[in-house]
Ligand binder design. Structure first.
Ligand code: IMP
Length: 204
């Protein structure tokens, strides 16, 4: 039996403001208050796992143990099968040192071209692993995914990260061209949340 959350508040183990905002918007309607790890001054652990799930578990258990409260961590990224899965778990790192996603998006286009592959229309997907950790070290973990294709040059002012180059299946516009309320239900994170709901307190 999976363990269920009893508290009405969760620490969101992320220092990424875009992510904390999206997670808070998904938890709100479920009656859960979300508090960002940065607000509590929690340190960000180094992501040493070699899968999305391993990194989500690492971040959730570190934040739960440090805060003494249940914590939710998301590890997510963009996978391009034609690039052997890159950037994958390195999605955030491809934008460093300046956290500049124009650099990261440009690198995807350059590496596809260097292999003589199509850039526009190439298959890609976002993955989101969500791990709910308790202070005693127990974790429950789920995973969601959204398939789509790549668009170059990047398009749209909304969202964050790789949103301007990702066109979700069944749509023509990139996530970056969609307003938050339009993007949110389509995402890998929303799909992972559908599964997480079974681990949250039952709604009255
Ligand atoms: P991490 O999970 O904090 O290691 O970072 C995941 C990285 O993947 C983020 O910094 C974003 O660049 C990217 N990413 C994850 N989800 C999304 C999304 O919904 N849109 C665009 N980029 C995303």
């Amino acid at each position: 039996m999976a363990r269920r959350l009893a508290a009405a508040r969760l620490i969101v183990a992320s220092h990424n403001a875009g992510k904390v905002r999206e997670i808070a918007a998904l938890l709100g309607p479920l009656g859960i208050e979300a508090v960002g790890a940065a607000e509590l001054g929690l340190a960000e652990p180094e992501e040493t796992g070699d899968t999305f799930i391993a990194n989500a578990v690492l971040k959730a258990s570190t934040a739960a143990e440090a805060s003494g409260e249940p914590a939710l961590a998301d590890d997510s990224g963009l996978v391009v099968p034609a690039l052997d899965g890159a950037p994958g778990i390195y999605s955030a790192r491809w934008a460093r040192p300046g956290k500049d996603f124009r650099v990261a998006m440009n690198r995807i286009e350059t590496e596809l071209a260097a292999r003589g592959l199509e850039t526009v229309g190439t298959a890609a997907y976002f993955v989101c692993a969500l791990s709910l950790g308790w202070p005693d070290g127990h974790c429950e973990t789920v995973e969601g995914r959204v398939d789509g294709t790549l668009a170059f040059p990047p398009r749209g002012p909304h969202g964050f990260g790789y949103d301007p180059i990702f066109v979700p299946e069944g749509h023509r516009r990139t996530f970056g061209e969609m307003k938050p309320e339009e993007k949110q239900p389509l995402t890998h994170r929303a799909r992972a949340f559908e599964q997480l709901a079974a681990l949250l307190p039952p709604r009255p």
